[in-house]
Design a binder for this molecule. Structure first.
Ligand code: FES
Length: 340
């Protein structure tokens, strides 16, 4: 017996395909010829988040930091862990173009890999030219790619921190995870000149109509990467609109890009940046508390209703979402990307 999955894309198109009870939605979509960008296929990266609006299903094991109980009760699912128990209606963040046109893989060379601050590495890649696009790599600020280490069969999704450019130079910020395979690769094996494969860009995390509303960015550590891409693009294009960035870290040692963000403020005068340190030293002069605390304080005082963008660990994203909802922000104005 096969169930019918109706998947609605972010841009409103619907696709139908069959799914066996012992097949995940992800596997069934791929078997039907659709391409759903996924990173781990094991419930641990969050790249395949979707929302089930109708139907019964069961979820197999996944990293619980990706999907809190609250979100699960609201119907949030990981497509690579979802087995149907009837016909399902699912909304996803994929676009119709992404589902029907698999992105070509591109080769890139490591330019540099270095510690940027405690627990955060900076990886810079140079794309190798290909016959169709040369050095160009098309993406929107806020999107992510899949990075693959071919020799080690490793694949992970990371947001691009660079602004779109024609030089093929791409920057990534990577939070080091204890026992993380990609973290281990970066710390012990990766070196300039080595080749990686990347595929993308994917995702819809980004400012769609920047002039319509003020924006509030809440980042946890390396989760600042998509915001850097957005802010760098705004600075390059001379765009200035009310924007506030709450950049949360655990200690001062985890802060990075203070100077660059100060420089960006010169190009974007309406940008305000707050470094929020959860466990500060006595000498810390800035905000003492988490980025979620700062968001709460901000929303209690502001007269405007901003679009709220959240990127970081699931715990931060979940807590910030709750704060925004409690402050009366409509869920349509809360846009998030979370990682494990
Ligand atoms: S692809 Fe589903 S959680 Fe990673």
């Amino acid at each position: 017996m096969s169930y019918i999955i109706t998947l609605t894309t972010q841009d409103g198109q619907q696709f139908n395909f069959g799914c066996e009870p012992e097949q995940t939605v992800q596997e069934a979509a791929e078997a039907a010829g659709f391409f759903l960008p996924a990173s781990c296929n094991a419930g641990s990266c969050g790249a395949c988040l979707g929302h089930c609006t109708q139907g019964e299903y069961r979820l197999s094991s996944y990293n619980p930091t990706l999907l809190s109980k609250n979100y699960q009760e609201l119907g949030e699912i990981l497509l690579c862990r979802t087995y149907p128990e009837g016909d399902l209606h699912i909304s996803s963040s994929y676009t119709a173009a992404q589902m029907t046109n698999p992105q070509a893989e591109r080769e890139a060379e490591i330019v540099s890999v270095e510690m940027l601050a405690e627990r955060t590495m900076r990886l810079v890649l140079q794309l190798l030219p290909d016959s169709q696009s040369g050095l160009r790599f098309n993406f929107e600020p806020g999107q992510f790619v899949e990075l693959k280490v071919p020799d080690l069969q490793l694949k992970r999704a990371y947001s691009i921190a660079s602004s779109p450019n024609s030089s093929g130079r791409l920057e990534f910020l990577i939070r080091l995870q204890p026992k993380g395979q990609f973290s281990g690769y970066l710390q012990q094996i990766a070196k300039p000149g080595e080749r990686l494969v990347l595929q993308g860009a994917f995702g819809s995390f980004g400012v769609q109509n920047p002039r319509l509303k003020p924006s509030c960015f809440v980042a946890g550590g390396a989760g600042v990467a998509p915001f850097l891409s957005i802010l760098r693009t705004m600075a390059e294009q001379g765009e200035d609109y009310p924007t506030v960035l709450f950049f949360g870290v655990n200690t001062e040692q985890e802060i990075f890009y203070q100077q660059e963000l100060a420089d960006l403020q010169k190009h974007i005068p309406q940008l305000k940046v707050f470094f929020c340190v959860w466990q500060p030293s006595e000498n810390w002069q800035g905000f003492r508390g988490t980025a979620v605390d700062a968001l709460k304080m901000f929303l209690s005082k502001t007269q405007s209703v901003p679009d709220i963008f959240l990127c970081g660990p699931a715990l931060l994203v979940d807590a910030a979402t709750q704060v925004a909802l409690d402050a009366g922000i409509n869920s349509q104005h809360i846009i998030f990307e979370r990682f494990s």
